[in-house]
Design a protein around this ligand. Structure first.
Ligand code: PLP
Length: 392
């Protein structure tokens, strides 16, 4: 066996997305102790940078040492106890995982189902809350990576609060790509991931908990069943103005990477980053539609950073994706769950969302589809992208 040397791919799937070279460089810096005063100082900065990304003043804003799924579990194991009822909205794969989490905490999940590819319907959530007095929380996925649909988090939070329920929002794919405004929208607990629009390596999960959520955690009837994810303990490690107690050994170099990624986001600015994702979505859309392909999510609920495109008739899903990978070093995503075999998921997330990548993706897709005998319009897609990019 030899050292593992992966090729340089262009990551245009549902994540991970391309990691910014500055982040990769930051991760290769010397490892220091996780209780070293310099590292503790970096963690304090990281909290401020994450507060900016989440648009919050929440003191309990930190990265969980684990992927997005760990942030998801951190929210559920801390906020849901045996006997609690949670309204869980499902319009794709990840709502299903929320249900699993609630049930594994001993809670009851009351499901609000919407079609895959549609946003969560706030009227249905309202009806579920009316029918379920005392529901502890409403949980939803802000940006459904499995379909490319975005839900109205502000409205869903307002509905939940009207009924006295906490709000748990999955912002794994939205953070850094489309607006996430934790304080303005009143989200009580949000979790995200580093591998999507933050241009960072996978493996960390930024979370933010507001006052209502912290109150609920501090007043639990029972101990959190997960020792590792118990925020009462994690607060002692990440809290400020107090002696940091050893809880676990933080992934030191991964955190250097996230610190750098958040600096890059702050340098660009959140609003320009959101605008870039939208502008590049429009350029990709111009190319995809010029080829004769269509998007599966209605324009109003469409995520700019995750583009679900219907696989054209006659094209072989896996073969086309394999050719893009082998011949062009481009990764795009397959459909998941109900959409498996029906869509390709083209991610334009974080550092991956660039004019170069859109032009490359559209040109390569055209070449492969033409070679595979698909009926796509030749020679018009790249100019369409160029025009959309110039329209800036
Ligand atoms: N939630 C959503 C919406 C996701 O897209 C993902 C991953 O793609 C996750 C949760 C889980 O994140 P991870 O794979 O980093 O554990």
């Amino acid at each position: 066996m030899r050292s593992f040397n992966p090729p340089t791919r262009t990551l245009l799937g549902p994540g991970p997305s391309d990691v910014h070279p500055r982040v990769l460089e930051a991760m290769s810096r010397p490892t220091i102790g996780h209780l070293d005063p310099l590292f503790v100082g970096m963690k304090d900065e990281m909290k401020v940078l994450l507060q900016y990304a989440f648009q919050t003043d929440n003191a309990l804003t930190l990265p969980i040492s684990g992927p997005g799924s760990a942030g998801m579990e951190a929210c559920f194991v801390n906020l849901v106890e045996a006997g609690d009822t949670v309204i869980v909205c499902q319009n794709g794969v990840f709502g299903g995982r929320m249900k699993e989490n609630v049930e594994r905490c001993g809670g009851t999940a009351v499901m609000v189902q919407d079609a895959w590819g549609s946003p969560v319907d706030p009227d249905k959530v309202e009806a579920a809350l009316r029918a379920t007095p005392g529901a502890k929380a409403v949980a939803f996925v802000h940006a459904e990576t499995s379909t490319g649909a975005q839900s109205d988090a502000a409205l869903l939070a307002e509905v939940a609060h009207r009924h006295g329920a906490l709000v748990i929002a999955d912002t794994v794919t939205s953070l850094g790509g489309t607006p996430v405004k934790v304080d303005e929208w009143g989200i009580d607990a949000a979790y995200s991931g580093t591998q999507k629009c933050l241009s960072c390596a996978p493996g960390l999960s930024p979370v933010s908990f507001g006052e209502r959520a912290v109150h609920a955690i501090r007043n639990r009837r029972t101990r959190v069943q997960s020792w590792f994810l118990d925020l009462n303990l994690i607060m002692g490690y990440w809290g400020s103005g107090q002696k940091r107690a050893y809880h676990h050994t933080a992934p030191v170099n991964a955190l250097y990477g996230l610190h750098e990624a958040l600096l890059i986001l702050r340098e660009e600015g959140l609003e320009p980053a959101w605008a870039r994702h939208w502008h590049h979505h429009l350029a990709l859309k111009a190319g995809i539609e010029a080829l004769g392909l269509r998007f599966v999510v209605d324009e109003a609920g469409r995520l700019p950073q995750l583009n679900a495109v219907a696989i054209p008739e006659g094209a072989e899903d896996a073969r086309v994706r394999a050719r893009l990978l082998e011949e062009f070093n481009i990764e795009i995503g397959a459909g998941l769950g109900e959409l498996a075999g029906k869509v390709w998921r083209i991610g334009l997330m974080g550092h991956s969302s660039s004019p170069r990548n859109i032009l490359l993706c559209v040109a390569a897709l055209e070449a492969v589809l033409l070679d595979e005998g698909s009926r796509v319009r030749p020679g018009v897609a790249v100019p369409a992208v160029q025009r959309a990019l110039a329209a800036g």
